[in-house]
Design a protein around this ligand. Structure first.
Ligand SMILES: NC(=O)c1ccc[n+]([C@@H]2O[C@H](COP(=O)([O-])OP(=O)(O)OC[C@H]3O[C@@H](n4cnc5c(N)ncnc54)[C@H](O)[C@@H]3O)[C@@H](O)[C@H]2O)c1
Length: 256
């Protein structure tokens, strides 16, 4: 098989619908020569149904990133399908409703803790769970929403993403000696299930549609997916701890 990812074995988390960024990652990865194993959270039969829409039906392993048993058993389950991993995609985020939509000042710690566990700490947990399959080298890629700024309605999810961005840099620091790179893609707003759960998400849609210098298609996951795959490929061998913006250029603007 030829292509940018020929011979690469990738573990892709985060598929729940065919609008998931992870679905585009898996699809484009296969189209470019990669072998893909998926993980699914909760509604496994739904994820399996979506997985059958890929060019090559991909196996699905159950993974709740907050479940220590799932994490401990992940490497063995992946080994049933591939003999090692060249890359891991973290495409996971969740925050309880109290943490979003303007609730920043009132969200209770238990809810904030859930958001940080699923959206931030899990980046490290997933990388460590996959590590036995990646030595002597590999790449981890995650998805963020530019956390250098405070956004309306994003609230504690923004704090979780700031933590994710830092966690990615620390992963780069601690796993660099093993030849493992850690990078993030900062995507603009895309209409996925996670996005629909954010009350007021339309504000992002309107802002990007009006101002992104390159324009912005709210329903095209391919640009973000392609950037993830480029970072997993052999074309970024000396890049780690980096954040690549795939947002139509929105991040480069000052106040409009
Ligand atoms: N959609 C956007 O506008 C946008 C923009 C920038 C970054 N992102 C990020 O992209 C990533 C993927 O989100 P998406 O927009 O494709 O939405 P999505 O709803 O399709 O994917 C989110 C995934 O997280 C999974 N998940 C939630 N809790 C989990 C848990 N405990 N264990 C394992 N998996 C769990 C869900 O099952 C789902 O597959 C997220 O990190 C999100 O924050 C999204």
């Amino acid at each position: 098989m030829s292509g940018l990812l020929a011979g690469k074995r990738l573990l892709v988390t985060g598929v729940i619908t065919d609008a998931s960024i992870a679905f585009s990652v898996a699809k484009i990865a296969q189209e470019n020569g990669a072998q893909v194993v998926l993980t699914g959270f909760g509604r496994l039969s739904l994820v399996e149904r979506i997985a059958r829409r890929l060019p090559e039906p991909a196996p699905v392993i159950e993974l709740d990133v907050t479940n220590p048993e799932h994490l401990a058993g992940l490497a063995d389950k992946v080994r049933e399908h591939v003999d090692g991993l060249d890359g891991v995609v973290h495409s996971i985020g969740f925050a309880p409703q109290s943490c979003l939509g303007g609730g920043f000042l009132d969200a209770p710690w238990e809810d904030v803790a859930t958001a940080l566990h699923v959206s931030t700490y899990s980046y490290k947990s997933l990388a460590m769970a996959a590590l036995p399959l990646m030595s002597p080298g590999g790449a981890v890629v995650g998805l963020t929403f530019d956390a250098t700024k405070a956004w309306p309605v994003y609230d504690w999810m923004g704090v979780a993403k700031a933590g994710l961005e830092s966690a990615s840099r620390y992963l780069a620091l601690h796993l660099g000696k093993q030849g493992i790179r850690s990078n993030l893609v900062a995507a603009g707003p895309l209409r996925t299930m996670a996005a629909k759960s954010i009350p007021g998400f339309v504000q992002f849609e309107d802002a990007w549609s009006a101002r992104a210098p390159l324009g912005w298609d709210l329903t095209d996951q391919a640009p973000a997916a392609r950037a993830c795959l480029a970072l997993l490929s052999d074309w970024f061998p000396a890049t780690t701890g980096e954040i690549v913006h795939v947002d139509g250029g929105y991040h480069a603007l000052g106040a409009a």
